[in-house]
Design a protein around this ligand. Structure first.
Ligand code: ZN
Length: 312
């Protein structure tokens, strides 16, 4: 039997055994090719995802706040457009700045890196210097002014408006005693409103208000009365610490502001830079540092919600 079997194998036609061997080799080559192609495709895909992820990181930290930067590769532009698609679905716009504003209007602020710089009690002899620094970085801010007279003050009111900042109201007299007489208080606010319109030629002001000393120093009657007259009021959640008679050195002021902004999705920074040289010196450091970290500086608008010490 064994012999017979051997004979049968031996007697198998040579071309059949050759074909079987060829088929086996072809199958092995086929499997190897498919495996190789799969591996290469997967490696390319991984590489692409890594690139997109790193580009997205760059995009998140820079492009959103420096939309006017013209150094942007085609790849960056494509990734930016991908990143903004999600934002567009949420906010209905692919303009990053407008998207941030829509989120502020909806009070959808989680993860936002927005800073409102505010300067109280001006204009003063130094407002021009503050405006020059802001212009250097194309940063818009908010000026809670009181009534100051004279050619230089008038020029400052106009520059604030003409250079795209928000001219806001901090009463005409900055007199805390007015809180005990609501009607006199409203009249003082409206006197400044009229004065600002007269100097700047604005037909309508921002109707954004900050109580002297913050809303916590006012009372519910005055706060509620002002809100009913159509005013939006803003306190602050970051203080530069420059309000005292002996302000700290500029590097301390800068660090105070930067650290304060790191703690909030939306920061409202209280400065009295109008008359404090150390805050003015700190301003460039603050803006450069926070812009590099992806923060966006905005001027206040009436339909955003701001931090308040006294809510009514
Ligand atoms: Zn003040």
């Amino acid at each position: 039997m064994k012999k017979k079997s051997k004979l049968r194998i031996k007697s198998m036609p040579r071309f059949i055994s050759f074909s079987l061997m060829s088929l086996a080799i072809l199958i092995i080559i086929g499997i190897a090719s498919v495996t190789l192609v799969t591996h290469v495709a997967s490696a390319i895909n991984n590489q692409k995802e890594k690139y997109q992820a790193s580009a997205l990181l760059v995009d998140a930290s820079t492009d959103e706040t420096t939309s006017d930067q013209d150094i942007q590769t085609k790849a960056d532009a494509e990734v930016t457009s991908d990143a903004n698609t999600d934002e567009a679905q949420q906010t209905g716009t692919d303009d990053p700045l407008e998207s941030i504003k829509i989120r502020l209007r909806n009070n959808d602020t989680e993860g936002l890196k927005v800073v409102f710089l505010t300067f109280d009690d001006g204009p003063s002899d130094h407002t021009g210097e503050v405006l020059d620094i802001l212009n250097t970085y194309n940063v818009k801010a908010t000026f809670f002014t009181i009534r100051h007279e004279g050619a230089e003050a008038e020029a400052s009111y106009r520059r604030i408006v003409n250079e795209g900042h928000t001219l806001a109201n901090h009463t005409s007299s900055h007199d805390y005693d007015l809180y005990s007489n609501p009607e006199a208080f409203y009249a003082d606010v409206n006197a400044l409103d009229q004065y600002q319109r007269q100097i700047t030629g604005l037909t309508e002001t921002s109707h954004i208000f900050r109580f002297p000393g913050g809303s916590i120093n006012a009372n519910e009657t005055c706060v509620l009365g002002l809100v009913k007259q159509g005013w939006n009021y803003a306190d602050w959640n970051v203080s530069s610490g420059d309000g005292g008679s002996d302000p700290p050195a500029s590097d301390v002021v800068a660090q105070t502001i930067i650290c304060g902004c790191h703690e909030h999705d939306v920061s409202v920074v209280l400065c009295h830079a109008e008359s404090k040289p150390d805050t003015r010196a700190a301003l460039s450091t603050v803006i450069e540092t926070l812009q590099a970290e992806g923060y966006t500086f905005l001027a206040m608008e009436n339909d955003f919600t701001y931090p308040r010490q006294l809510e009514v």
